[in-house]
Design a binder for this molecule. Structure first.
Ligand code: NDP
Length: 297
């Protein structure tokens, strides 16, 4: 089955290695947003140090984005780590749906590299029409054809958004990166992505830790953490991974980086436990990112 899947991905022009087990991705985003006063040229040393710590702990898949303002820091951290570029899987994201190719050229300068392993459209919301979204996808394909991006994909795309670009795509999106935790029920989207062979990356898996204390998800995560002798954060990340996705997470603390990196691949939740965690989120809907845009869409 694994060989057939690899062959199928090769035939579709997708990187066959993207579905290799790489469950934990270190995010150089959100928590690291630069101050709005930043002129874009200042280097934020704590961010460089944190990314270097993550690399030192073992992370090789790094997630950036134009909008985070941290591409320069990512570039410096990778260069100073002394680890060859080929050992990293580096992604970045286009902020807008117009000029995605030019945006990538700028990102590559900031990242000190000739290519990214994965280039994503950060969200569909800046596009004012389906035609604009389709045009953006054509440009994404051109980025891949030029070798600037090994794989191309999307983020925060709904079934409808993906269907819109599939109408014109000659290369399918390799990935959809979305918010993913039990308080956001998206079973239809997961099924659609699976059928279309589009890999899933889930961010904000720790949202339940930020919700009010005593919520059922946390109570169950704490119980499962005792059973598996891991942190409750690892349980929440495993809920993502055990549904076939890679988890994108971040921390400024080396100890947490190390715990996540070692614990998440070390165990597996049962199907029943995944379903139980999913059930705790029902009726407690929460979306931390793009909440307004999704309501309108
Ligand atoms: P998480 O849900 O993983 O939350 C990470 C935050 O939780 C960090 O700020 C960290 O703070 C804290 N944390 C980490 N480990 C623990 C722990 N063991 N216990 C308690 N708290 C912990 O993910 P985010 O929502 O922050 O996003 C992660 C990455 O996903 C981003 O950096 C970005 O790369 C990507 N992302 C993509 C988006 C998109 O639109 N495509 C949107 C949002 C995120 P501390 O530093 O104190 O450890």
């Amino acid at each position: 089955d694994a060989i057939r899947l690899l062959a199928r991905r090769l035939m579709m022009g997708l990187n066959p290695l993207i579905c290799a087990p790489r469950p934990v991705i270190f995010g150089a985003g959100t928590a690291w947003y630069k101050s709005p006063d930043d002129d874009g040229t200042t280097i934020h040393q704590p961010t460089v140090d944190a990314i270097k710590a993550a690399i030192d702990v073992g992370y090789r898949t790094l997630d950036g984005a134009q909008v985070y303002g941290t591409e320069r820091e990512l570039g410096i951290a990778m260069a100073e780590s002394g680890i060859p570029r080929g050992s990293f899987r580096l992604s970045t994201k286009a902020k807008d749906t117009s000029n995605v190719e030019k945006a990538l050229e700028e990102s590559l300068v900031n990242l000190q590299t000739d290519f990214v392993d994965l280039y994503l459209i950060h969200s569909p919301f800046p596009a004012s029409s389906d035609l604009e979204l389709q045009e953006a996808w054509r440009e994404m394909e051109h980025c891949k054809q030029r070798g600037l991006a090994r794989d191309i994909g999307v983020s925060n795309f709904s079934i409808k958004d993906i269907s819109t670009i599939l109408e014109v795509a000659t290369i399918k999106p390799a990935v959809n990166q979305i918010e993913m935790h039990p308080h956001l029920y998206q079973r239809e989207l997961y099924g659609f992505l699976r059928r279309e062979d589009i890999a899933l990356q889930g961010y904000s898996s720790l949202a339940p830790l930020r919700a009010e204390s005593g919520n059922e998800t946390r109570v169950l995560a704490t119980q499962l953490a005792t059973k598996y002798q891991v942190d409750e954060s690892a349980i929440l990340m495993r809920w993502v991974v055990d549904q076939g996705a890679a988890v994108v997470t971040t921390s400024s603390k080396r100890e947490r980086m190390a715990t996540t990196f070692s614990q998440v691949p070390s165990f597996k939740l049962t199907e029943e436990e995944v379903a139980q965690l999913t059930a705790t989120g029902k009726g407690r809907w929460f979306r931390g990112f793009f909440a307004d845009e999704f309501k309108v869409a």
